[in-house]
Design a protein around this ligand. Sequence first.
Ligand SMILES: *[C@@H]1O[C@H](CO)[C@@H](O)[C@H](O)[C@H]1NC(C)=O
Ligand SMILES: *[C@@H]1O[C@H](CO)[C@@H](O)[C@H](O)[C@H]1NC(C)=O
Ligand SMILES: *[C@@H]1O[C@H](CO)[C@@H](O)[C@H](O)[C@H]1NC(C)=O
Ligand SMILES: *[C@@H]1O[C@H](CO)[C@@H](O)[C@H](O)[C@H]1NC(C)=O
Ligand SMILES: *[C@@H]1O[C@H](CO)[C@@H](O)[C@H](O)[C@H]1NC(C)=O
Ligand SMILES: *[C@@H]1O[C@H](CO)[C@@H](O)[C@H](O)[C@H]1NC(C)=O
Ligand SMILES: *[C@@H]1O[C@H](CO)[C@@H](O)[C@H](O)[C@H]1NC(C)=O
Ligand SMILES: *[C@@H]1O[C@H](CO)[C@@H](O)[C@H](O)[C@H]1NC(C)=O
Length: 868
Amino acid sequence: MRLLPLALSLLSLDTALASVLAIDYGSDWIKASVMSPGIPFDVLLNKDSKRKMQASVGWKQTTRYFGTDAFNLASRFPTDSFSSIKLLQAVPFDSPAASQYSRISSAETVKTTRNTVALRQSDGTQWSIEELVAMQFSYIKQLAEATTSEKVSDVIVAIPSFFSQFQRDAVVDAIEIAGLRTLALINDGTAVAVNYAMTRNFPTPEHHVIYDAGASGIRATVVTFSTGNGTNPATQITVAGVGYDLSTGGTELDRRLREILIEAFNAKHHKDIRTDKRGLAKLWKEAGRVKAILSANTEASSTIESLAWDIDFRTKVSRVAFEATCEDLKPKFAQPIEDALRNAGLTLDNITSVILTGGSTRTPMIQTAVKAAVGEDKIALNVNADEAAVLGAALHGASLSRQFKTKNIKVSDIGAYDVQVSYLATASTPRTINTLIFPAGSKVGAKKTLTFKRKEDFVINFDYKEPGPANFPTRFLEVGITGVAEAIANLTELGATDPVVKATLTLSESGFVSVSNAVAFGEIKDESIAGKLKGFFGGGSSEEAEEKTEDNRPRASESVSSASSANASEPSPSEKKVVPKDNTISLNTTVVFPTIPPMTVEEKKTARSRLRAIDLEEAAVARKEEARNTFESYLYRMRDLLDPENRDTPFKQCSQESERQAISDKLDESFAWLYDRGDVAETSQFLDKRNALETLERPIIHRYKEIEEFPQALNNSQMWNWSTRLFLQEARENMTAEAAADLPSKWTKEELEGLEKTLKEHETWLNEWVEKQKSVKMNEDPVIETTEMKARAKVLETALMKLVKRKVPKSVKKKTTTSATEAPTTTATSPADGESQTSDEPKPTTEPTVVVPEGEQQAPIPTIHDEL
Ligand SMILES: *[C@@H]1O[C@H](CO)[C@@H](O)[C@H](O)[C@H]1NC(C)=O
Ligand SMILES: *[C@@H]1O[C@H](CO)[C@@H](O)[C@H](O)[C@H]1NC(C)=O
Ligand SMILES: *[C@@H]1O[C@H](CO)[C@@H](O)[C@H](O)[C@H]1NC(C)=O
Ligand SMILES: *[C@@H]1O[C@H](CO)[C@@H](O)[C@H](O)[C@H]1NC(C)=O
Ligand SMILES: *[C@@H]1O[C@H](CO)[C@@H](O)[C@H](O)[C@H]1NC(C)=O
Ligand SMILES: *[C@@H]1O[C@H](CO)[C@@H](O)[C@H](O)[C@H]1NC(C)=O
Ligand SMILES: *[C@@H]1O[C@H](CO)[C@@H](O)[C@H](O)[C@H]1NC(C)=O
Ligand SMILES: *[C@@H]1O[C@H](CO)[C@@H](O)[C@H](O)[C@H]1NC(C)=O
């Protein structure tokens, strides 16, 4: 009974609310959280109940591993274990970032058709970075689904604010390949801010710096918090500035520490460990371990047995030595804070606190640098540093999905890079016009409309003004505006003067730049025939309103338009009133990715089916493993049951020698088969073999169950027997009494005789077969089944209940109602006489003395009912 409501509530939740998955995908660690109705909000635990998981995927022969298992494979299979993949997202094959990766990882890199990096397993299988990341996302999705017991499809991913459009595309492509849907991307510093604001209010605005020292780089985010009051109690988070440095992340510190270990080994053993991939992989893991020790100690000893060439390597690393090799990095640790403050137009005096987050903030020299830069009293250590970003991302995702009630927090983020557009001028001597369209610090969600005087198709190019810290190409998008000539011609035809092309450029909430709309637009003068016609039919007022809002956009970018010499023609509001809607014609856009293209739809489809094929294969392997395990444990259980040591067990008591022999023979055969063929057998064979044994065991189990259930079934039959007899006796007595008093009875004599007949049949059957059953041995099949006993008792129960539920006949009432009808006549004649009314009234209602209250009618059987 308890299962049902639970199942029902799960079902209703399933259809009503969708879960939101949040992933903080780092170079070293993945943290995830799932917001789902009915489960407490927290980080997602991995299969080992850990709160974070290593961002690694790897293979041992054909078996795929994730997390620590995958990371640890590197020391044995250095080219089949892939870690720090985040560093390769969207990275061009021939780039400094790709070479940097090769310095830390033994994985073999190859070039994709998109000129990005793929990694190659030792068996030659290649995986794009998007696919490898997607595998991990998909793995997290499965963890989340196992936790919530429902499908999870919406995801928000926390990314560094310095991620370019290339990298953002790579993240979104991985999400898609994983079979998830992108709710949003959120800058990780902003996510930490959301988490920080969740439990705090800011009646007076406060500025804080979120300092995140991760593996891939250090970033600082200056955030302004303020909580409204009265009618608008929302808390506003405004990102005011960001700063970052990619040369000082935790991965770089690991690399430098490994250099110390490498040098120590080479000096001591006069061999170059750099030539040994396994050895390098082992040292990479060791460097991470030593770094952690040096965070709390001034010296760490390191021992690796059989590091390479059967050499056991022992050394000691001091914190002083480690910090000495990082001397050049020290000035850079706090630089992002200064950059972020400068971009925000603030100084340290304006800052309430500096919130430290990210694994590398545990490194003493980084802490020291930050403390020296901002003052120790500004450091806030009261946030859960490691999980703040993923929890904040989940909270933000939940508020975006609008399916959860969360604190009202509004987020206003910014773009980190200067984005400019360029296009060819129409002048006879072509020259390129550059316009800074979204300068660094532009608010996400911003739209700008550019106006062009064009008669032909043209192209708008999008560039980052600077290559950026990761040295990506600057050009990321080329958008062609097509169909211009025809649209302009049509507008001119309609009487438009100087029609123009307007393109709306958007910086999306997730930080993507695109052309969101392109139209040809022309002012159609009132006097023109078309205008008159349109004016006559009256362009609807709703269109007018639309025109006006459209209008605001060009105005917002007026300076851009004039600066770019693409002259905006602004119709005055009075003209607008009569302008018909046909003065804008939608234009088509074509998108070209000139440098690092995101994956095409086809490529993503292919990738998705590759991943799905692995998932299916793994599921089949898991099923087979399970079938084999259950088969094996079934065999051992049977062997135990047959063991001569185990006497007088139900199994022995309920089985015959011949049956046990048959099972024993089959069991020997099955054991032999399992050892012989178990490793190559199919899932179905395990199931078939088990089934064959179960068929032999089933009659024995059946006997045992029948013996167990028989007393209760008999009790039930006797109960109905007993209560029917009791009822018949009482009913007959009542009938006799009623007949004597000349009162009607609820039943006829025949009905009671019919019930008695049913009772007799039941009793006879019961007596006969119970007697027979008594002589049946335990190891013989029962002669009566408990199911049949229950069915027969049911027949008797139905017959009995039919009569028990019978209502008292109406005829009794008739007598009382005749006396009642007389009463009103007297009251009717003397309506003023209240007393006679009340004295007469009760009569008809209190009259029916024979009526048995509902409850009492069922009196003979309540105990039986309870028993059932
Ligand atoms: C709301 O905030 C404003 C300024 O922040 C303040 O002047 C005002 O007193 C506040 N109102 C209430 C009701 O707290
Ligand atoms: C920052 O601090 C300076 C000086 O302390 C002050 O003049 C300025 O108004 C502050 N700015 C903000 C936005 O609080
Ligand atoms: C614009 O795109 C639509 C739909 O793809 C197409 O039918 C139409 O022909 C295109 N128009 C031009 C001018 O390219
Ligand atoms: C231009 O006008 C022609 C003729 O009315 C029409 O067929 C065509 O679709 C129009 N083109 C555009 C882009 O509005
Ligand atoms: C823009 O238009 C105005 C008149 O509307 C004209 O004076 C000006 O020269 C134009 N500028 C450009 C760059 O075409
Ligand atoms: C039969 O049912 C009665 C009433 O609940 C109970 O007291 C008695 O123990 C039961 N007998 C058996 C054999 O189950
Ligand atoms: C049925 O009930 C009657 C009266 O209680 C009893 O005498 C008789 O033995 C019962 N029969 C069986 C088969 O239990
Ligand atoms: C017999 O009559 C008594 C008294 O009216 C009543 O309580 C009882 O329920 C009746 N029995 C049956 C079986 O109807």
